[in-house]
Design a protein around this ligand. Structure first.
Ligand code: DGY
Length: 328
């Protein structure tokens, strides 16, 4: 029997390639070249399934050009690289990797928030430059995490993980805003109180963004929102570039209308707004919130298992759309 053909659009763990090769005719990209749209379309010719990352856009043009494609397994919990209505319309199943990265990503969000509040990288750069000649009472004084008010915008699984860490580990008061309010039991478990977005912006000492990117969340934090925050507040973004207006953020950081920012994601990444690179009061990391070794392996395995399950059982483990009609 001929094996289904799959494309692993980016480099993955060799063990994943090995296990997929027992069931599929596998094409790889272990040089990890980020494929342009036309390169991706060319590599997807005659291919039944693909493993992608957030960098590969699966849109209507691509689907029309690759009519054999039936399933795309994203190795990410976010899937804003999928044009979901187009995929659903053409009967293409999409999947993501929820749950397996929740705690690792929440850990990182907390670390980035703490690094920002306590000016970790700014002080390290000072030390590395050889500028540390004496102790001084006000050297790199930042703001406290314990006892502060933690604001969370987007209260899904990762937001809840950050809330619990703040409330239970650091005695923080946790407030959140979300499209839908959590049920009382979940609020109690996270010790989090629901507030309006305006109240969240005004009261948070440390605001963490964990909402999915969509047309509605584009520039959810712009100049008007930043202006409502306390001058002592920090902003941490581990969600997606584009949720924050980076130009407005750089202006706020420069004018010190907020104290600092921790950014793991950027508009137009991997390019970073040059202004952000020169500002001292921002901690910058290259989209690594889920990057612990075990978690990246679990994400790759889940994406691979979705492909296996689709072709062997006709269903997937973590769907992001429901495929009913097929227009080809
Ligand atoms: C995710 O899982 O969505 C991370 O941002 C990695 O892309």
């Amino acid at each position: 029997m001929t094996k289904p053909k799959i494309l692993l659009a980016r480099a993955v763990f060799p063990a994943i390639i090995e296990s997929l090769s027992t069931r599929f005719d596998v094409a790889t990209n272990q040089t990890d070249q980020v494929l342009t749209k036309s390169e991706l379309i060319a590599r997807l010719q005659g291919v039944d399934g693909a493993l992608t990352t957030g960098s590969e856009r699966i849109d209507s043009d691509l689907l029309v050009a690759c009519p054999q494609l039936k399933v795309v397994a994203n190795m990410a919990v976010g899937y804003n690289n999928f044009d979901l209505p187009a995929m659903t319309e053409r009967g293409v199943q999409g999947t993501n990797t929820p749950d397996v990265l929740t705690d690792t990503t929440a850990d990182f969000g907390f670390a980035l928030m703490m690094a920002t509040a306590r000016r970790l990288t700014e002080s390290e750069h000072f030390l590395r430059r050889g500028e540390w000649t004496k102790w001084r009472y006000d050297m790199f004084t930042g703001s406290d995490i314990h006892g502060a008010t933690l604001g969370i915008l987007g209260m899904g699984r990762i937001g809840q993980g950050i809330a619990s860490r703040g409330a239970h580990g650091f005695g923080m008061e946790v407030i959140y805003h979300n499209r839908t309010r959590l049920d009382p039991a979940t609020e109690a478990r996270c010790r989090a109180s629901y507030v309006s977005k305006a109240e969240l912006l005004q009261r948070a000492d440390h605001l963490v963004l964990v909402l999915p990117y969509s047309a509605e969340s584009h520039h959810a934090i712009g100049a008007a929102e930043l202006a409502q925050m306390k001058p002592t507040a920090t902003l941490t973004n581990i969600a997606r570039g584009g949720i924050v207006d980076d130009v407005a953020l750089a202006a706020a950081l420069k004018a010190r209308t907020i104290a600092g920012a921790g950014l793991d994601v950027f508009e137009g990444e991997p390019a970073v707004l040059p202004d952000l690179l020169t500002l001292p009061n921002v901690v910058l990391t290259p989209h690594i919130a889920s990057a612990s070794g075990p978690t990246r392996m679990a994400m790759a395995r889940l994406a691979a298992d979705n492909l296996v399950s689709f072709f062997t059982e006709g269903r997937v483990l973590t769907p992001v759309n429901t495929v009913t009609s097929i227009v080809r």
